[in-house]
Ligand binder design. Structure first.
Ligand SMILES: Nc1ncnc2c1ncn2[C@@H]1O[C@H](COP(=O)(O)OP(=O)(O)OP(=O)(O)O)[C@@H](O)[C@H]1O
Length: 254
């Protein structure tokens, strides 16, 4: 369970493009050891928010602290204590997976047990392969391994399971939970409601640059029901994804 202590504190955060606040004075806390999800329609401001937290975009107003460090005034320090998986990460096509992990670690002035990291993401047999030889699910697992080379305190994942098949998505959820259980705080964005519900300890829902609500998935659903919400149709006991998984199995295919 997440510790109640906040590891990320966001206060009145603003990003302005062309005179418009695309992130409009948002405030929230992420607790140590939780998986915190940011949901919202296209253009809501999720990636912009994430990239300000990651010290990748300048902050136009407000403050962010991670583990007590102010992001705007100490961006280099922040980059040393976080791991970042962007929506599309580019890798080197001339280095094997093992070589790339060692190279990434060296960028932090560290050494890494590349084989242990590859084992953690079930890519032991691909240590000598190149990224272009990996399936989509394997690439995402490798991307996550690459974010762990500096032993981060907080891991940021931007739409980590987009484009993956159901088996690979579930496998990645297990990996993300495992990383959380080892004590790393995870902040992710997603467009998948099942992912948000099953994976995230707490969720922030964003729209038009603002946070509309923050709570656990369970509490958000209970609050909707308490407002009198009813579905018109009885929910089926199974859905097409259940059929797909039942017929094709849970094992990952890549
Ligand atoms: N570099 C930029 N210059 C101008 N406007 C930008 C820039 N980056 C983002 N925006 C605008 O900011 C708003 C928020 O974009 P952002 O990418 O943060 O949304 P998002 O919630 O991550 O969307 P998606 O779900 O589509 O990834 C959008 O209106 C976008 O057009």
């Amino acid at each position: 369970m997440a510790n109640l202590k906040p590891i990320i504190t966001v206060d009145q955060l603003v990003k302005t493009y062309d005179g418009k606040n695309v992130v409009d004075g948002i405030s929230f806390e992420v607790k140590k050891g939780e998986i915190f999800g940011i949901l919202g329609p296209n253009g809501a401001g999720k990636t912009t928010t994430l990239e300000m937290l990651e010290a990748l975009r300048t902050i136009d107003g407000g403050t962010v602290t991670i583990d007590g460090i102010d992001v705007a005034s100490a961006p280099r320090h922040i980059k040393n204590i976080i791991g970042i998986q962007l929506q599309s990460t580019t890798f080197y096509d001339k280095l094997t997976l093992r070589e790339q992990l060692k190279m990434f670690a060296s960028l932090y002035g560290q050494t890494v047990d590349a084989d242990a990291l590859l084992a953690k993401v079930q890519l032991t047999d691909k240590a000598k392969s190149y990224v272009e030889q990996l399936s989509g699910g394997q690439k995402q697992r490798f991307a996550i391994a690459s974010t762990l080379v500096n032993n981060p305190t907080v891991l940021f994942l931007d739409e980590p399971t987009t484009g993956l098949d159901p088996q690979a998505r579930r496998n990645l959820w297990d990996l993300i939970k495992e990383i959380r259980d080892e004590g790393i705080t995870i902040v992710l964005t997603t467009h998948y409601m099942d992912e948000a519900e099953l994976l995230c300890d707490r969720l922030a829902i964003m729209d038009n640059g603002k946070i509309i609500t923050i709570d656990t998935p369970h509490n958000l659903i209970q609050q909707l029901l308490a407002r009198g919400f009813k579905k018109k149709q009885v929910v089926e006991q199974a859905n097409l994804e259940d059929v797909f998984i039942d017929l094709t199995g849970k094992a990952i295919r890549d």
